[in-house]
Write a protein of this length. Sequence first.
Length: 378
Amino acid sequence: MITQVRFARPSIIMNGSDWFNELAPYFLNCIYVDNCDGDHADDFQLQLADRDKRFISDWMPDVGTYFDAEIICERWFAPNAAALSLECGRFWIDSVDFQLPQSTVSIKASSIPTDQKLKGADETRGWENSSLEDVAIQIAGENMMVLDWQALTNPKYKRLEQTEESGLSLLKKHANAHKLSLKVHKNNIVIFNEQELEGAASAFTLLYGDATAAASGATYRMSAGDFQIMINDTVQSTRNSFSVMETGMTGQSNFNTEDQDISEYGTDSNEDPGEDGEGGGDGGNGGGLRKPRAGLEGDWTTDTDSTFAEAMARDKNKHKVRATIEMSIGNPLVAAGQTFDLKGVGQFDGKWFAETVEHQLGPQYDTKIIAHKCLEGY
């Protein structure tokens, strides 16, 4: 009896129809990059052969056209298993490149709409007695998008200023200052707390070599990995200097991490200008980072200023231990924003957070994870 093998393909839905059957004879590869690092949008790249010159003439897609993409896997983990699908989201084409004489076309698309002002238009305006969620709802509505607020906290402002910057830049800046992250997915602006995601139960266990795991729970294998430890650019403590615009009063908030690795090996104290601005103002506490609230216009509460000091430390230290991991086979169940347990890699064993997951189809299906080890004490 002939057993059917596993099979994976993309689905490209445009104008209500799946175009992959039309594209299949020309398909070379596609790459879906799922980001949850707070800095980058999701993107989708498609490379096609243009042997009969159709794409360079009448089939050339228009920049700004959008499509919905999925990765569909059949018989993936068992011969009789139901089909699995990874919903990649909606993408707007922002570049089309033709290569001659090889006659290939590369189509690149982003999850950020190209026909909206979210990313490109610089504006100056302000909000009174508003929360970050209120501002995000307004900016999302102006761009015909929906806000998906997933964070448990919602920073409040007596006044918040947007000064010659885009709505996306404004939201990212203030979200990052409050330990929040932002991504655009499926025409939604998603604001979340990475630390809350790190606290969730692990979605799966990833094994290397002869490592074994408990029978319960999803378990996958990795084929290769690149692991890095960074100590020199980390901080043990942070200090945020701030002022209250209405009264002119100034103050500062401090945060000290309990990370023992940083305490033992020391940190980069060169970024701490100290109280007199001459540097080395850590008081011998293993290094620190002092960062005035420049460019973050708004009147905050004392609790918020304390959160900002903690946010600075977390942002500085979260890449202390990171890795790029190649899975044994492509996996449509792995997504950015998941946590997972890693076993079989010695001192790197433990709980990890997937910042970016790259899925590539063609000539085979591969999945790569870029992750950092979950932080404790932040």
